[in-house]
Design a protein around this ligand. Structure first.
Ligand SMILES: *Cc1c(COP(=O)(O)O)cnc(C)c1O
Length: 408
């Protein structure tokens, strides 16, 4: 069954028992991945490009650390791929987010709107600036922030005071909204940007999972004032560990580069730092790996699209499960494929699939259910809760789904 509407239909009573259904789903996963036996990791990296050559070049030349040509080459290539004016490579996606909130002027005691359905790094980075996460709900259509619920919530629970938007209940300033492109699928950027304009909230994009994803023909990461990418080992492109700050604002780009390199004023021998800086720069060694990975990105995106099509076909007529398809005005990088399941199927499916070496996963525990965030302000989060109970992610790495390359 296809989905594409806010209310999705999963038949309540299927002809199959839950245990038969779980078995069938696992068979179809193996069929889609074209791997009958052996381990099916969730997202394993693959090194088939110039990785060895570039990394060896770093070692041979001695330029392995915070200076070297690969950092610049990697940043230039990121600009080319994303269409962003500036890209600043950093040590990981979390540090990119930390800098994004700082650069956007988020201050201690502010609130930042953030979906409860995200990886913990998004909320943590808000906390690193001593601001407070304020959780909003997600859409079952895009998996990102639900613009309809967001607007109603802002209407009801905020007021304006001079230049600021204030949470009427807590009295704190709402400084920014961060959207997350969950599993590589774009959030509804037009609707969300419009709300941010109307309410004068700064928009940040957590595009950690979404390199190669487009919304209405433009690469994600260009609507926000500042956006972030991650190159962790499980992402579509990896540098081992790494991240990037994207922006189309040159001033922000200059400051981003400056404060991620300890805010040192360039000089041949003097160490003078003109503000609080961070040692968040990406080492040359990691950038070398990343440059090679970016060169093969188009090939990986093709393969991931093919795998998504395999899954779509395999699950088309299975009652009780729906293959998640993002809205048709977006083009996903298909980072992690996912199924929406009828109630009660998630736990048995996780259990059975792991016993059979298919390393599926549920979504992250919603942020508002984590101990350190349980008292944060939030709207009604019923979609987030539904998604956590009913969505499962499927093996999706670039080696899977091709008949010719069994066992990668
Ligand atoms: C991976 C990820 C991050 C953090 O990236 P790291 O490089 O692991 O620090 C942030 N947000 C989301 C949504 C992610 O998936």
């Amino acid at each position: 069954m296809l989905i594409g509407q806010e209310t999705l239909v999963l038949s309540k009573s299927t002809s199959k028992s839950p245990s038969e259904l779980v078995k069938l789903v696992c068979e179809k996963i193996r069929l889609s991945c074209k791997l009958e036996t052996g381990e099916l990791p969730l997202h394993e990296p693959s090194f088939e490009s110039n990785e060895w050559k570039y990394v060896k070049d770093c070692i041979d030349s001695g330029w392995v650390s915070s200076v070297g040509k690969y950092v610049n080459a990697f940043e230039d290539k990121l600009c080319e791929v994303t269409g962003s004016k500036r890209a600043i490579a950093v040590s990981n996606g979390t540090s990119a987010l930390h800098m994004a909130f700082r650069l956007a002027g988020v201050l201690p005691g502010d609130e930042v709107l953030v979906p409860s359905i995200t990886f913990v790094a998004t909320a943590n980075a808000i906390s690193y600036t001593q601001a407070i996460p304020h959780f909003v709900d997600s859409s079952k259509t895009s998996l990102g922030v639900c613009p309809i619920k967001l607007k109603l919530w802002l209407e009801k629970s905020t007021k304006r005071k001079k230049d600021s938007l204030i949470n009427a209940e807590t009295g704190r300033r709402i400084a920014a909204l961060v959207v997350v492109h969950v599993l590589g699928h774009s959030a509804d950027l037009d609707a969300i940007s419009e709300i941010c304009k109307e309410y004068q909230i700064k928009l940040i994009e957590d595009a950690a999972e979404a390199l190669g994803t487009y919304y209405k023909g433009r690469h994600v990461g260009n609507d926000g004032l500042i956006s972030c990418l991650s190159f962790n080992g499980n992402k579509t492109v990896t540098t081992g560990g790494g991240g990037a700050i994207l922006t189309n604002d040159d001033t922000i780009g200059d400051i981003a580069k400056h404060i991620t390199t300890t805010a040192k004023v360039p000089h041949a021998w003097h160490f003078f730092h003109d503000q609080l800086g961070f040692n968040y720069r990406m080492p040359n060694l990691n950038a070398a790996l990343g440059l090679a990975q970016l060169e093969i990105l188009p090939e990986y995106l093709n393969r991931k699209s093919q795998l998504a099509q395999n899954y779509e076909k395999a699950f088309f007529e299975v009652d009780g499960v729906q293959f998640f398809m993002p809205p048709s005005n977006t083009k996903s990088n298909n980072w992690l494929n996912a199924l929406m399941l009828q109630d009660g199927l998630l736990e048995p499916l996780l259990d059975y699939s792991h016993k059979h070496k298919i390393f599926t996963r549920p979504l992250w525990t919603p942020m508002h259910e984590l101990p350190m965030y349980s008292l944060c302000p939030k709207q009604n989060l019923e979609n987030a809760q539904w998604l956590f109970r009913n969505l499962i992610t499927l093996p999706s790495g670039p080696k899977l789904g091709r008949a010719s390359v069994q066992n990668g």
